[in-house]
Design a protein around this ligand. Sequence first.
Ligand code: GLC
Ligand code: MG
Length: 502
Amino acid sequence: MTWWRDAVVYQIYPRSFRDSDCDGVGDLEGIRSELDYLVWLGVDTLWLSPIYPSPMKDFGYDVANYVDVERLFGSLEQFDGLIRDAHARGLRVLLDWVPNHTSSEHPWFSESRSSRSNPRRDWYVWRDAREAGSPPNNWVRAWSEGSAWTWDGATGQYYLHCFLDSQPDLNWANVDVRQTMHDTLRFWLDRGVDGFRMDVVHLLGKDLDADDPDDLKAMSHVPLNDVPVTHEYLREIRAVLEEYDNERVSVGEVYLIDPNRVAAYYGRGDELHLSFNFASLYTPWNAEAWRDLIATTEAAMNPVGAWPTWVMSNHDNVRVATRLGADDRRVRAAMTLLLTLRGTPFLYAGEELGLRDATVPPDRVVDPGGRDGCRSPLPWDVDALHGWPATPWLPFVDNASQFSVEAQRDDPDSMLHFTKTLLDLRHRDDTLRHGDIDGLVASDGVLRFIRHHAGRRVMVVVNFSDTDSAVAVAVEGRLLLSSAGGARAGSLLPAEAQVIEL
Ligand code: GLC
Ligand code: MG
């Protein structure tokens, strides 16, 4: 069994995790000081959103240097210390790698835009205007109605940016770009990182001649996505990871939503090790919808040997607790699903606390993509600043004390203890970690599936309905866990999830 199939990955958004140097922005030393908390919780792999030097127009996803640490976050020495301390505790560390675009402040882009004859001109995607001066194609950039092309008056061409105009796309068709980007992976692999979460990797290959027929948004843009050459680039990237021992892992952000399209990015075991399956973020809280999602995912992944992943929240989307109407019963049921489905779960920092999105007043909005709410700082204690030594860069969630680690650590019935109990169960239970899945049914608002491994069978039942009465489920078995506490097998309370050994 490869380690990344067994792992539970905990996503840290460094700006919002823990601040050690009183500037209101989380940092590496802050993360380092909470490693024991993460071990206690029971996660085993950390993914850090970008920590590279950045002008922070997209809060780190605009990289100005791939081989250094942003001063706000700390230093390379501190990074080495973090890796050392994490490894000493059995925690693995994944970095976020942003290969599709750089910051416009990256020196490569300064060179590229300096003249048409600059040796790095071709490192980015430059094109002439179409007749009448219009952009080369009709692609729209993320988070706007605006064009994905910006005119550069000085050199008389457009450059491509699928995201902000300060995030020019690299030209992956250029072999020097590919080799240089491979070297940025080696730089961190040599320092001991266990792998990478790879930002929007489905965008690397591009078919610039394809106009968007439906004028869709860039993220779901069919011509821009799913270009065959991307798979070649991914095989090259995989080969770089395989130069190293201990199975350094790649987790691709393949934002194509449909599990059938996503499965192709695993290749024949020679592209991504794992890919996000974002359909869960758009699936309504409904037993039939979840049955269909799980069935579609299994049908897409299983035959090609692709190991699924599951995710409920991240730094780009409304948190699961907010999506579920801040109903704590449902939030626990969702956590039960996340940690019992077949595949590697990704848990977003704060999910273990049941954190909701913060309300961000207009004068504190900072993200061009409107994602500030889910990036609000973690509340560590019940004091006024919740363990932050200075007012953090974004507001806290409402009632932050109640959600804080301190308050929940003292309460055995808290979401934090529930998450820890589930994680402990998963780590002890081979069937939940490795088992196949079958017996998937949805009826009367109840979803059930069975995980089985080496003759042992564990059933998960989730009551998606939250009517007042309990639902009878004809299951004989030993209750391993209930999201409602104190319940019994055979009867499901509203919005309750149970894990039952058959
Ligand atoms: C990914 C990141 C998101 C970022 C975008 C551009 O979707 O998760 O935060 O804004 O890529 O890099
Ligand atoms: Mg700081």
